[in-house]
Design a protein around this ligand. Structure first.
Ligand code: SIN
Length: 495
């Protein structure tokens, strides 16, 4: 390990959690080639530490071992045993919440408050699936054949390849691994190269909780072709990915080669609609949460704000007043409300969207540049543009940054048409105090998840996932476990 591991800018209680090694073959290891890649602190653009850069051969070894662990015994453990493992993991995550949040905040940039919230959110999936593990039932089916009984068993799918994003370095790991373990699967994790250290810390705690060493593996890499082994190796039976739609499509195509199960949580382009009968305070509150959480870098972020012509000025002015109170800075520093974007490319994308919107008639009402006191690091001001229209890049492409683009509308029909005019269908939000309208619009918006009078829709108990090109499958909730199970039908004759 390099010296950067001794020079963290925060003091961890449990220093062993900050590690840049991979875990497979039953031990923590450096890449055989000794290759590493730098991980940057987005608030300064400086290297935080180096992480092991593992190869295709390493992935193959981890997969073979995961297959061995699964077949030899993990498959045959009881749901109660697996629930206990998850409960211990949950306990350890919560016990180490501050340390994990510090690591997460440093490598991702989000504020410590948000990072702590994320770690608690991550733990909530572990405790949820600890309980779900023992509540997974098969069926007894009245057979149409005489003297026959038909049954179904729920069986674990086998080795799962887990590929997670940098925007939720903790929660996306647990949202996938907890149900996989609850079902009796083994996992090989490829964490994001921007934020590998949180994933590694979580795996350290999973092992401390008693997860068998050939059931959980973490293999960091910067080499895309190495991690593609998770989509092509015949012993991997399922791949779960959160990230862009383009990469999701590519992985799905590769996975089809061996007919793997897939869960794909992909891009969004969420509409956020404020009707004339909305409570404007609630709508502004909702916009602050679902537009600016994680500095606008969530797939459920509001990307297109449609505000009725009668309330657009009131909404915009109140939103500006609230955004003006944001304080930018290094996520771990006191008083900071918003952190940087993840890297220079993310800042560049927001710049391009803002420039394009202004050229196409958008009116810049707030922000629109890099904060004057933040020349280093990857910062961009929260930005509000009105007069947005469909020709702008931001209308069809998720900005993934702190840009609130406000469109105006004058009728329900018109706004439904605009909101659904996208190939994406992850999240959608709307604000109205009219119950008939609430039910009507909730049915007509083409999204997997809808927030009505709230900007906060994510929780362990609520199914997370999209329709259209936003993906396949559901995570969390009572549906999340079945993504890691096969249903086996057994017909018993001669009874
Ligand atoms: C994501 O943006 O990928 C996840 C957001 C969430 O879980 O709320």
């Amino acid at each position: 390990m390099d010296d950067s591991f001794q020079m963290l800018p925060v003091q961890l209680k449990n220093t062993s959690l900050f590690d840049g090694r991979g875990f497979f073959g039953g031990k923590w290891r450096h890449a055989a080639s000794n290759k590493t890649f730098p991980v940057f602190e987005p608030s300064s653009g400086q290297v935080l530490a180096h992480c092991g850069d593992f190869s295709k051969e390493d992935f193959v070894q981890a997969i073979e071992q995961a297959d061995h662990g699964f077949r030899q015994y993990f498959h045959h453990t009881t749901a109660k045993q697996r629930g206990s493992l998850l409960r211990r993991w949950n306990y350890l995550i919560l016990e180490n919440l501050n340390d994990i949040a510090n690591i997460l905040s440093l490598e991702n940039g989000k504020t410590l408050v948000e990072a702590k919230g994320e770690v608690a959110y991550a733990a909530s999936f572990v405790s949820w699936f600890a309980e779900e593990a023992v509540r997974s039932y098969g069926d007894v089916i009245p057979s149409s054949y005489p003297n026959t009984t038909a049954l179904t068993f729920k069986e674990p799918v086998g080795v799962c390849g887990i590929i997670t994003p940098w925007n939720f370095p903790a929660a996306m790991i647990t949202r996938k691994i907890a149900p996989a373990i609850a079902a009796g699967c083994s996992v090989v994790i490829k964490p994001p190269s921007e934020t590998p250290f949180t994933a590694i810390a979580l795996v350290r705690l999973a092992l401390e909780a008693g997860f068998p060493p050939d059931v959980v593996h973490v293999v960091p890499t910067k080499d895309r072709t190495a991690s593609l082994e998770l989509a092509t190796h015949p012993k991997v039976k399922k791949i779960s990915f959160t990230g862009s739609t383009n990469v999701g499509k590519m992985l799905t195509k590769l996975a089809a080669g061996t007919m793997k199960r897939v869960s794909m949580e992909l891009g969004g382009n969420a509409p956020f609609v404020v009707f004339e009968d909305a409570d404007i305070d609630k709508a502004v509150e909702g916009a602050l949460i679902c537009k600016f959480r994680c500095s606008g870098q969530t797939c459920v972020c509001a990307n297109r704000l449609y505000v009725h012509a009668n309330v657009i000025e009131e909404f915009t002015e109140r939103l500006i007043r609230r955004v003006d109170c944001f304080r930018f800075g290094r996520g771990i520093d006191e008083g900071v409300t918003h952190g940087p974007l993840v890297n220079a490319a993310a800042v560049e994308k927001v710049k391009v969207h803002v420039k394009d919107a202004i050229q196409k008639g958008g009116q810049l009402r707030y922000g629109g540049g890099v904060p004057a006191d933040r020349a280093s690091g990857y910062f961009y001001q929260p930005t509000i543009i009105t007069n947005a229209n469909n020709n702008m890049l931001l209308a069809s492409d998720e900005t993934f940054g702190p840009l609130a683009a406000i469109f105006t509308f004058s009728s329900e029909e018109q706004v439904i048409k605009m909101a659904n005019d996208t190939e994406f269908g992850l999240a959608g939000y709307f604000f109205s105090e009219n119950i008939n309208r609430v039910l009507r619009i909730a049915k007509r918006l083409e999204c997997g998840m809808i927030g009505v009078n709230t900007g906060l829709i994510s929780a362990a108990e609520t199914p997370f996932g999209g329709v259209k090109e936003s993906g396949i499958g559901r995570e969390g909730s009572k549906y999340g476990l079945s993504e890691y199970q096969n249903v086996k039908a057994v017909s018993i004759g001669g009874l």
